[in-house]
Write a protein that binds this ligand. Sequence first.
Ligand SMILES: Nc1ncnc2c1ncn2[C@@H]1O[C@H](COP(=O)(O)OP(=O)(O)OP(=O)(O)O)[C@@H](O)[C@H]1O
Length: 254
Amino acid sequence: MLEANGVHHGYDDETVFEGVSLSVDPGEVVAIIGPSGVGKSTLLRLLAVFDPPDQGTVSFEGTRLWETTEQERLEHRRRIGMVFQEASLFDATVRRNAAYGVRVRQSWVERVRHEVASLVGKENGTTDVLEALETVGLRRKIDQDAQSLSGGEAQRVAFARALAYEPDVLLLDEPTSDLDPRNTAVIEDAVRQARNRGIGVVVATHDMHQAERVADRVAVLLANDIIEVGATRTVFEDPRDERTRKFIDGDLIY
Ligand SMILES: Nc1ncnc2c1ncn2[C@@H]1O[C@H](COP(=O)(O)OP(=O)(O)OP(=O)(O)O)[C@@H](O)[C@H]1O
């Protein structure tokens, strides 16, 4: 569904990766693992259509996104949700924060209708928003000010926002890097639920155990390239590339 093909990318004179290819299909979770600074976030930004690759293509259902009109690119971009490493919530209730993505996706007519309904108290949030908050276990906090949430809760609201948006593809950049085991488990469970609803998920993580727990396929990004991509079990138990084994065993100095 979403695919990077032979992409090169760098900043100024520094090459981050060359000739990298990665795809995600509906209802699968793909993990990108690799050491810090190797380019996991950069690859996600290319898949999110934030930045064009220096070379190569990024396609959504076969359409090469940087060869279309800006309008067409925006339409495709709207079907992709992204959760960044740090939750960026604004000063409003949990409900309004979680609903933000839905508003972005709606037409202005739908937006006005929902705004009016919520102002006259006839609506506590769309079903999507309620469901998304339920999925991350925060429905009971719907009226709490987002600024008063704990870090873990804030990250869960950011995740709910991405879910409520009903994306076809969800891109997650280190979604649990600062979270305790309980919050991590909630997010990982929400990832599985997203997959079960047919969403294609790409998660960048330096936590190999997380990749092992949630991913159907794993891509190993090392030294400017994806050196190996395959079924999670195969990559962890019988990797093709010796560097993958060393990386997984913690023996690769990078
Ligand atoms: N906007 C930018 N300008 C210049 N260099 C950048 C920029 N963004 C990233 N880089 C560099 O590109 C390289 C890859 O960074 P990136 O954030 O993609 O890695 P990462 O694998 O996601 O790292 P981490 O796991 O620490 O988040 C790094 O050397 C980084 O310093």
